[in-house]
Design a protein around this ligand. Structure first.
Ligand SMILES: Nc1ncnc2c1ncn2[C@@H]1O[C@H](COP(=O)(O)OP(=O)(O)OP(=O)(O)O)[C@@H](O)[C@H]1O
Ligand SMILES: [Mg+2]
Length: 244
């Protein structure tokens, strides 16, 4: 099966990116694209460089070499807050919500960079996606369960009106019922027009959700293709999908 049709130029593109922590290479010659309409999964073992890829896109760590573009405009050397304002919104590994702030305050921090008139509508949209958050608006973030905190982290990211959404391990540590909720919301967000770069330890679920996928090993992309092709790939099955 060939990769699904893609429209026009990529929304987000990485070309030949190297990233180092000190002198230690973390990403080597990494290239990937996210097109309009896609959910692109990045799968790989612990320490392969998945989080570093997202942190490099967000400007939290610097690309030592290569090009990163959003709709063709370079993000290299742009400050992280400016990258968020351009619409590259990152929901980080470990959720990182503000535990002492209320759910309401956490969500509105996600929209801090915006001056447009649609904030209220987006806030309402997030509460429609996550009714549990509506019930808990006055509660402190730190008192939420892990699954609710993940909802809050994704909701906060949506308040930034992403042109592309970067999700780092959204299902990590969640009970199965929350995992299903999070995955169905990710599909819904994508259907409403937000392309997504998704990192997941749960490679099988990620590949079932994604349009295309890349496999990263020790900082380099070793395989890419349609999610369906990778689900059927012997090496991917052995390394990342375990037993059926
Ligand atoms: N702040 C840091 N300083 C030094 N080395 C780091 C730092 N963060 C990550 N690394 C190293 O960079 C490599 C890639 O790490 P990264 O966190 O990107 O992997 P990952 O694929 O997200 O792993 P995981 O599945 O465990 O989240 C690893 O070897 C890691 O030890
Ligand atoms: Mg990681």
């Amino acid at each position: 099966m060939s990769a699904p049709a893609r429209n026009g130029a990529p929304v987000l593109s990485l070309r030949g990116v190297d990233t180092f922590y000190g002198r230690i290479p973390a990403l080597r010659d990494l290239s990937l694209d996210v097109y309009e309409g896609e959910i692109v999964a990045l799968i790989g073992a612990n320490g392969a460089g998945k989080t570093t890829t997202l942190r490099t896109v967000s400007g939290l760590v610097r690309a030592a070499r290569g090009e990163i573009t959003l709709h063709g405009a370079s993000l290299v050397g742009v400050a992280p807050d400016a990258i968020v304002r351009k619409g590259v919104v990152h929901s980080p590994e470990g959720r990182r919500i503000f535990p002492r702030l209320t759910v309401f305050e956490n969500l509105h921090l996600g929209g801090y960079a915006r001056k447009d008139a649609d904030l209220a509508a987006d806030f309402e949209h997030v509460l429609t996606l996550f009714p549990r958050l509506r019930e808990r608006l006055k509660q402190k973030g730190g008192t939420l369960s892990g699954g609710e905190q993940q909802m809050l982290a994704i909701g906060r990211a949506l308040m930034g009106r992403p042109k592309v959404l970067l999700l780092d391990e959204p299902s990590l540590g969640l009970s199965p019922i929350f995992v299903d909720t999070i995955f169905s919301v990710i599909a819904d967000i994508n259907k409403r027009g937000v392309p997504i770069l998704l990192i997941e330890q749960n490679a099988r679920k990620a590949l079932h959700l994604a349009t295309r996928a890349y496999v990263i090993e020790t900082g380099s992309i070793v395989k890419s293709g349609s999610a369906a092709d990778l689900l059927a790939d012997d090496d991917v099955r052995k390394a990342y999908l375990g037993k059926d």
